[in-house]
Design a protein around this ligand. Sequence first.
Ligand SMILES: [Zn+2]
Length: 330
Amino acid sequence: MVRPTNLLRCVVFHNISAIDSPFTKGMRVDITPAEFEVALNFFTRYYTPVSLRDVLADSDGRRLPPRPILLTFDDGYASVMEWAAPICSKFGVPAVLFLNAAFLENERLAPDNLVCYVANVLGMETIHAAVRLVRGADSPGLVSQGDVFSRFFPAISLAERKTFLDALIYLSGIDERQLATKARLYLSRKELCDLGSMGFEIGNHTYSHVRCRSLAAADFSDEVDRNKAELETLTGKQVLSFSVPYGSSADLTSDLLRHLVLSGHEAIFLCESVANSAGADRFQLNRVSLRAGQTTTLLVEMEVLPRLRLLRRRVLRNWDAVLRGGHYSR
Ligand SMILES: [Zn+2]
């Protein structure tokens, strides 16, 4: 049996910034450098940071040190190089960086940052107009930019997403390349290579940050294989892990899971802030997302809430089984 203290904790950060940016404001992905340092101080004091290789080598769930924790970053923000790398180096913490090769070098904006920028600078009406162009007049009412990511993107195809993003750029009158170059939100190729040699394991996050439930099997090549190949060519190292964009288990379809395993991915990460149980499936490792304002309650965020969510999930699953006439299980 694996003792509760030896269960693997995984945590994910995104953008580390001390100032508000119209490209991320409202996305709940920012944490300040000072808060990030507080979090790392907490992790190194109460846990044992481990690398992805340590996790992959732990075949039976018993070989990791007490209270293991794996640090990860999603989306490839330039702030990982500016702020996270020096602080990780100071505390001696290894990390995994999951990113989309499409946005390296800042020639394009990731869909979420584009939506966020338009919502913050021009308002939701421009978003609504682009949505109506894709879904017609009966399109769902989206109250906030978060609704675009959680309700609209999961309901449309990749082709419809492209139409929506093109419409957003046209209606906003922005020059995407110029805006991306000026904002410098993401890492350059050189910075990625430097991080690869600074103890950051590089992982796959799809080529253009898609909701994976909208991928057909024919799209896996463009979004999964292409990203893996480009990152491997750049860093000269094998990409062994994948993090599901938006972190939902609903996006990890059985077809995608099979493709990821067959294409050489040895670990898959979600982000539902649920605790990993003993002997957790390496192809469905859950992470706790930490952002600004949560570092004063780290114990609750890391230990209490993830276990309560796991408990709730088990209770609901068991009730579902009971209601369907099955048997209760622990
Ligand atoms: Zn992401």
